[in-house]
Ligand binder design. Structure first.
Ligand code: GLA
Length: 410
């Protein structure tokens, strides 16, 4: 009884408050002259408040990064020409959007602690460069380091996280790669969340690429901190390096998914002496791994062969599949391997990889990839762009040395 009275009383009070509020609203002048807009009023509402952190990388980020090909030899001219070439070569249309300057764009800090870009190589300033990249419909990224200095000895962000994040946001940065050199005494589980929080607080949506080389097994803790985390040391443009990094991904499939991705390092497609087959195999396996696709070659001088690999929409669709599942290696028979990636359409992408020095036949049975015994799925050879019709029991292919056959099965 007492309870009923108090509930009734509360309802009455709420009704009175509501009437007062509505009344107050009603007497408010309706047509107010808009105040002269101030800088404050003109500032965009922090987009980030509307876009959840994880949403920034629902699928693995795609773009281009200067390091693998150019190292410290970066300049505004290179970045502008690369942005132009990404558009002209259809790379942008294929999905590559972030143009990221890696190490060596920065030279010092000024008296107030602001990071200073190389005034010779970036004479027009980083803001103008970001504006140019944006004007091409692309996004812009920079690099820093969680330690005192970057790997090339430029100023790191340790102790300057807030200042740097604010500066990046003011310049229009959309992507930050954050390295791990000179980080003695720094705990990655503190340093990376610190920069993540600074980026969030900047009010600009910035994809956060953790480059801690897998040292602290970031896949076990970095979901929600970075959108991608390096799982290995640096890649090199060789077949051996490809295989070494690939082997290190085998057990990591359970940690990848929308919002956070294992990063076996940036692409070397088109670099070094990789053959066409090797480029194709490297690209295919990175797509199977749902790896971020950061091209690392000179986009201004793409050969048609390399362009056709990097822009193959059917292969990229496997990487970008919304289900976000990383492939598992279901068989390793010496240098002959079978990798399987579950797709959102209920089917699978299957890569038959030949790491040996001679052509080989590789056969995959549906049983092995957990399709029903009696299944007779439709098979499409992705690189050959060929429908193979319904295939019963087993699919077998001749796979050239250091090459791959990639099929979609449904
Ligand atoms: C480290 C990173 C590389 C690159 C260089 C730059 O080695 O792993 O990807 O960023 O630093 O100095």
């Amino acid at each position: 009884m007492r309870k009923m009275v108090s509930v009734g009383g509360l309802a009455l009070m709420l009704a009175v408050v509501a009437i007062v509020l509505v009344g107050a609203q009603a007497v408010k002048p309706v047509a107010q002259k808009p105040a002269t807009p101030t800088a404050q009023a003109l500032a965009p509402t922090p987009v980030f408040e509307r876009v959840a952190w994880m949403e920034l990388a629902k699928t693995p980020p795609m773009g281009w990064n200067s390091w693998n090909k150019f190292g410290c030899n970066v300049s505004e001219q290179l970045i502008r020409e690369t942005a132009d070439a990404l558009v002209a070569s259809d790379m942008k249309d294929a999905g590559y959007q972030y143009v990221v300057i890696d190490d060596c764009w920065q030279v010092s800090r000024d008296k107030s602690g602001n990071i200073v870009a190389d005034p010779q190589r970036f004479a027009s300033g980083i803001k103008a460069l970001a504006d140019y990249v944006h004007s091409k419909g692309l996004k812009f990224g920079l690099y820093s380091d969680a330690g005192s200095k970057t790997c090339e000895g430029r100023p790191g962000s340790n102790g300057y996280e807030t200042e740097d994040a604010r500066q990046y946001a003011a310049w229009g940065v959309d992507y930050l790669k954050y390295d791990w050199c000179n980080s003695d005494g720094v705990d990655p589980k503190i340093a990376y969340p610190t920069m993540r929080d600074a980026l969030k607080a900047s009010g600009r949506p910035i994809v956060f690429s953790m480059c801690e080389w897998g040292t602290s097994k970031p896949w076990t803790w970095a979901r929600g901190v970075g959108h991608l985390w390096r799982t290995t040391g640096d890649i090199a443009p060789t077949w051996n390096s490809f295989g070494r990094l690939l082997d290190q991904q085998v057990d990591l499939w359970k940690f990848a998914g929308p919002g956070g991705w294992n990063d076996p390092d940036m692409l070397e497609v088109g670099n070094g002496n990789l053959t066409l087959a090797e480029n194709r195999a490297h690209f295919t396996l990175w797509c199977m791994l749902a790896s971020p696709l950061m091209a690392g070659n000179d986009i201004r001088s793409l050969t048609p062969d390399v362009r056709d690999i990097l822009t193959n929409k059917d292969v990229i669709a496997i990487d970008q599949d919304p289900l976000g599942v990383q492939a598992q290696r279901v068989r390793k028979n010496g240098p002959l391997e079978i990798w399987v990636k579950k797709m959102q359409d209920g089917g699978q992408a299957i890569a038959l990889l030949n790491r040996s020095n001679a052509e080989a036949s590789i056969a995959v049975s549906w049983q092995e990839v957990r399709l029903a015994y009696d299944a007779e799925p439709m098979v499409r050879d992705v690189w050959a762009k060929q429908d193979m019709g319904r295939v019963k029991g087993t699919f077998a292919a001749r796979v050239p040395s250091h090459d791959v056959v990639l099929i979609r099965v449904k």
